[in-house]
Design a protein around this ligand. Structure first.
Ligand code: DAH
Length: 430
């Protein structure tokens, strides 16, 4: 489990909303890790749906994912009904939603620095080939992020993208040289207030011609790195005001050198994005071997939680008017909690089986309790010396963002969780 987290983090825990460098975010980097608006619309950036030369202010969504597209009778299919229901939401395309507001704010920054040059793509299909998601960005064949424990597979060669980097290669091959790609991404993971199996990322790429760095006294890589740093520090100031930035070395399969950017915000260093100079091989495959490029990726929830002071990642999904009516396009305003409903905790203890994983447990619990599940936490673990069996005790926290829960309702959910644990995860309840 630790291994899995470590390796997954190197793809990017930065994508996440979580701030603490907790166990889940052990990384390969030489330090600790992380991830990631005021125009009302995607902004004057060119849209994927509009003619390349036209400035489009808003577009209808063209992408529609049907149930049968992702819930298939295939031995590798691990997409759940709950996940399918989220695919069509496209929160990042809602102009009055915090995620849409942050997306616009970032887009607006690139538009102000490079008027008319960066193209925004925010309606790319979330179902991609495993090749696009992994191979095209040089994720090694044995990388743990490819496992069915970490990624949602539709079939053995198709996945729900686990990062927006999945689109880099295809967009480069289409001839795009300056673009932003925003979208929903999917990862099987544990459950707490900053982790949700669906979240949103924004990718940025800029390609340079050799004429741009020649005469600068720098190599192409040095030039791209310098440009990248300036660009992203500027973005942080645009989002957070006059904020102090620092760079930390990192590792990503798709960039070399790679780095993470941290900002000093409200008394602490906060990781906000991952980036680097694009690996030559990716450019070569796209027929751009003589060029250089920078790339970055950030998690929109992470930024929105900080900027809007949103305490729980599940709130982004609520349709409660008391949440949605608080936000307006172009404005970053502090979230006003409308009410705090009490949590309800239930413990469950069992002897694990060899195939047991925490991600599978979380998926099962979420399958029964949906968004009422706030947290699934291992609170006790021991081994019976005689039998060699390992016992886990998990505390499940249930809480609604919108109403008080009835005890009986939670008891019934917990009972179903227990039954399914025994029948579907082959664990032995204690
Ligand atoms: N794909 C990474 C993740 O999901 C984020 C990322 C890091 C994207 C570095 C990039 C990059 O383009 O250069 O965490």
């Amino acid at each position: 489990m630790k291994m899995a987290m470590a390796a997954r983090a190197s793809l990017g825990s930065l994508a996440r909303a979580s701030t603490s460098a907790s166990a889940r975010r052990v990384t390969t980097r030489r330090g600790a890790v992380p991830a990631w608006g005021s125009t009302a619309h995607p902004g004057p950036l060119r849209s994927v749906l509009g003619p390349a030369s036209t400035r489009v202010y808003s577009t209808a969504s063209a992408v529609k994912v049907e149930r049968a597209d992702v819930l298939k009778d295939h031995p590798h299919n691990n997409v759940t009904e709950l996940i399918f229901e989220k695919i069509g939401r496209k929160l990042h395309r809602e102009v009055d939603h915090p995620l849409g507001i942050i997306k616009s704010k970032i887009t607006e920054y690139f538009e102000s620095v490079h008027p008319g040059e960066f193209e925004l793509l925010d309606d790319l299909h979330p179902v991609v080939t495993a090749h696009a998601n992994f191979d095209s960005v040089l994720v090694p064949p044995d990388h743990v992020s490819r496992s069915m424990n970490d990624t949602y597979y539709v079939d053995d060669s198709t996945v729900l993208r686990c990062h927006t980097s999945a689109h880099q290669a295809e967009l480069l091959a289409q001839g795009k040289v300056k673009f932003l790609a925003a979208g929903d991404v999917y990862r099987r993971d544990s459950i707490d207030c900053t982790h949700y199996p669906v979240f949103h990322q924004m990718e940025g790429v800029r390609v340079f011609e050799s004429s741009e760095w020649e005469g600068s006294g720098m190599t192409g890589t040095q030039y791209a790195e310098k440009e990248l740093r300036g660009e992203l520090e500027g973005l942080m100031k645009h989002l957070f005001g006059d904020v102090e930035c620092r760079w930390v070395d990192a590792y990503f399969p798709f960039t070399e050198p790679s780095a993470e950017l941290e900002i000093f915000y409200q008394g602490e260093w906060l990781e906000v994005l991952g980036c680097g100079v694009m690996e030559k091989q990716i450019l070569e495959t796209a027929g751009k071997g003589d060029k250089e490029a920078w790339a970055f990726g950030l998690g929109l929830e992470r930024l929105a939680m900080v900027l809007f002071k949103i305490p729980d990642i599940r709130l982004f999904w609520t349709e409660d008017k008391r949440f949605t009516s608080q936000f307006k396009a172009g404005q970053i305003t502090e979230f006003k909690p409308y009410s705090k409903y009490p949590p309800c905790y239930k413990d469950v203890a069992f002897w694990i089986s060899d195939s047991f994983t925490e991600n599978n447990l979380c998926e099962l619990v979420r399958g029964v309790g949906g968004d009422l599940v706030e947290e699934v936490k291992l609170i006790d673990e021991f081994q019976n010396k005689k039998t060699g069996k390992t016992s886990h005790c998990y505390r499940i926290g249930y809480r609604s963002m919108d109403r008080s829960l009835e005890n009986a309702e939670i008891d019934a959910i917990q009972e179903t969780v227990r039954e399914k644990l025994a029948s579907e995860l082959q664990v032995e309840l204690r």
